[in-house]
Design a protein around this ligand. Sequence first.
Ligand code: MG
Length: 203
Amino acid sequence: MKLICIGRNYAEHAKEMNSAIPTEPIFFLKPDTAVIKDNQPFYYPDFSKEIHHEVELIIKINKAGKNIAPEFANKYYDEIGIGIDFTARDIQNKCKEKGLPWEKAKAFDGSAPIGQFIDKKNISDLNNINFHLTINGNTIQKGNTKDLLFSFDTIIAYVSKFFTLKTGDLIFTGTPEGVGPVATGDQLEAYIENKKLLSFEIK
Ligand code: MG
C-alpha cells in the first residue's frame, strides 16, 4: 500500500507557504510505515523541533488502475477519510533551500495518522465537503473541497499516469490554510462535517 500526497492544492495554503500556485498537481509519496491507525498516539520525533499539522481529506482507492480518464476516476473510490500529513517544517525548509528531496521531512514513521472512512454515498456533494481540525478543543484549520485547485477526479487521473493505483492506496488531497506546530500533550481531532473521525494525542 502506498500513500500519495498532493501538495499546495488549496491556494490560501500555497500563499501562506510563500509558494507559487501550481498549474498541475504536485505530489510526493509516503511509505506504509508512516501510517498511524486506531487513534494511536503520535510520538514527537527527536530529529525535529517544528512538526506541523496539515489536516487533509483522504481518498481510498478501491481497485487497480493506470491512466485513468477523469470521467471514470469516480469509480476508483467509494470512501473518503481524514488524516494528518505531519511535516517536519524545519527539515523541509532546509531541503527546499538546497533543492533536495523532502522525504526526511514528510515520510518519516508516524507522519500519516488516518481516521475512520465514510462511504461517499453519504456525502451529498463531493465538491462541497467541510472538514476541520481541532487542537485541545479549538478549531485550528478548516477547509472545504470547493476550494480545491485540483478535484479528486483530476488528481486520480493525473497521478495514475505515473503510478499504477492499487486497492487500498490512499491519496492525501492537500491541506487548507492554517498549518502550524504541534506540541507534546496536544489532543488532535479531525472532522468531516460534524463527524469526528480521528482523535489522538501527541506524546
Ligand atoms: Mg500536505
